[in-house]
Design a protein around this ligand. Structure first.
Ligand SMILES: [Cu+2]
Length: 129
């Protein structure tokens, strides 16, 4: 029984240490490495193509994906944003913590903009699958 208890405590300690490392490991936003989701938002799979809306910018401003890949967008601030693809608003209004996904079906280069902030610009390059 004592042996089991010690193992359980050890497991808890390891879990807490892992959480602490995760919490301290980087920026305050949930974006992780620019362009790649880090998995801290369980709606966005780790490793998925990801564009953050933060500080009135798309982050990153250039992203490369393949046809058929799901691209995740997240509004990480209180300002309202949209995701426009080549000038067309496809997301509607995004409030803080809203997540929007879009799948590009054709190869090409797409301009991403926001209805409310003309300075918000990104380019998504879509390669053949
Ligand atoms: Cu905006």
């Amino acid at each position: 029984m004592h042996r089991f208890l010690r193992l359980a405590l050890l497991a808890v300690a390891v879990a807490i240490a892992a959480l602490a490392v995760t919490a301290c490991g980087g920026s305050s936003s949930s974006s992780g490495t620019a362009g790649v989701a880090d998995g801290t938002d369980d709606r966005i799979p780790a490793g998925a193509p990801f564009i953050d809306q933060d500080k009135l910018q798309f982050v990153p401003q250039a992203l490369r994906v393949k046809v058929g890949e799901t691209v995740y967008f997240k509004n990480s601030e209180t300002a309202l944003h949209t995701v426009n693809v080549d000038g067309k608003n496809v997301s509607g209004n995004m409030k803080k913590n809203d997540v929007f996904t879009w799948v590009f079906q054709q190869p090409g280069s797409y301009k991403i903009t926001c209805d409310y902030h003309p300075q918000m610009k990104a380019t998504i390059t879509v390669d053949p699958a």
